[in-house]
Design a protein around this ligand. Structure first.
Ligand code: MRU
Length: 337
């Protein structure tokens, strides 16, 4: 059930990722330095909020590992932080992981530089391991929400390819399916990157769990025909009041769920909660290049010269959410995180 490993960082500090742009085909790519890691995150060769944070933590280590003295360590650390934080603005796990790496340097400043660097390396692994544990704990916590085998609709990819563990929302689905608590799984395609049909479907196929892919626009009729008991999605950032930023289309699903009396659940690690925001009305929503909407794998999907507007995320207001599942607990409304 652990699923595919989206990356390997070996004893020789060789860093390999699966380039997710090619899934369901497997293409392994080596990341040699900070610039490679920057591009991998920015261009979405790796994606998913927790995984972005983990990969950035290893990228940070690659950037500082050859520092000869504390000044050089500080300087390379600042460059790594500034570069990686600029890759994707919405997922808070990125900032959380980079802050954690910076803190390791600060807390251990009295040690010889080689020892600090070793601790930075160890901290990247520790961020990775704690995410894997959190995924399992979320799955166990979520069981309390299922009073019968559920018909579940999910959005985007929140599985192994998004966390390195079993996943958040998809981890819950896989775990519950193995306990016969899932009757039906609907995976929406999640245009324009197709995280649903390319990646979530790949993971479920790999685990031999039945599912059906639906187009994003079919979710309304699914609920209207009473085919869905609950929607489970992940999150890129959660405010204190329970507002959730997640993959574009999440808000539409939450509105539909409310209109059809379908439960709407969000699953995310505690590190996705950004307590510096009371609500998410002023959050920066990533706008990506419109060519990602207008083309897919080199094929034009619109006439030459067409323009598009690509918001990569949206915000689902807290009043549309029935529960937020973390590794710590299941939060219920009124949220006060
Ligand atoms: O643009 P992406 O693919 O990085 O967006 C991913 C999502 O929105 C996920 O739902 C979210 O990061 C949670 S992943 C456990």
């Amino acid at each position: 059930m652990d699923g595919y490993r989206p990356f390997i960082f070996n004893d020789d500090d060789e860093f390999f990722i699966i380039d997710q742009r090619f899934l369901p085909n497997i293409k392994e790519v080596k990341l040699n330095n900070l610039e490679d890691v920057y591009k991998a995150i920015k261009d979405m060769a790796v994606r998913g909020a927790p995984l972005i944070g983990i990969v950035a933590a290893f990228g940070y280590y690659l950037a500082v590992k050859n520092a000869k003295d504390f000044d050089e360590l500080n300087q390379t650390s600042n460059v790594a932080y500034a570069s990686l934080i600029a890759t994707r603005p919405t997922a808070i796990n990125l900032k959380w992981a980079l802050e954690s790496q910076k803190e390791v340097i600060k807390e251990n400043a009295f040690l010889p530089v080689e020892k600090i660097i070793k601790k930075v390396r160890a901290n990247a692994f520790s961020i990775y391991e704690s995410q894997k544990r959190a995924d399992y704990q979320m799955a166990q916590n979520a069981i309390a929400l299922f009073d019968k085998p559920m018909r579940i609709l999910t959005h985007c990819n929140t599985g192994s390819f998004a966390t390195g563990g079993i996943g958040t929302a998809l981890g819950i689905i896989k775990y519950s399916a193995n306990k016969n608590l899932v009757k039906e799984i609907y995976v929406d395609e999640t245009r324009p990157y197709f995280q649903g049909s390319r990646i979530t479907a790949f993971e479920l196929s790999d685990e031999k769990i039945d599912y059906k892919i639906v187009t994003d626009s079919a979710c309304g009729i699914l609920m209207q025909k009473n085919l869905v008991d609950c929607v489970i999605v992940g999150a890129d950032r959660i405010a204190r009041n329970g507002d959730v930023a997640n993959k574009i289309g999440t808000y539409c699903l939450a509105c539909l769920a409310k209109a059809h009396n379908v439960k709407f659940f969000v699953a995310a690690p505690e590190s996705t909660i950004d307590r510096s925001f009371n609500d998410l009305s002023s959050i920066e929503i990533e706008i990506r290049d419109d060519s990602e909407i207008l083309h897919f794998n080199g094929i034009s999907l619109a006439p030459e010269g067409a323009k598009a507007l690509y918001f990569a995320f949206d915000v689902t207001p807290h009043h549309l959410i029935d529960a937020i599942i973390t590794e710590k607990t299941v939060y219920k409304p009124e949220f006060n995180l």
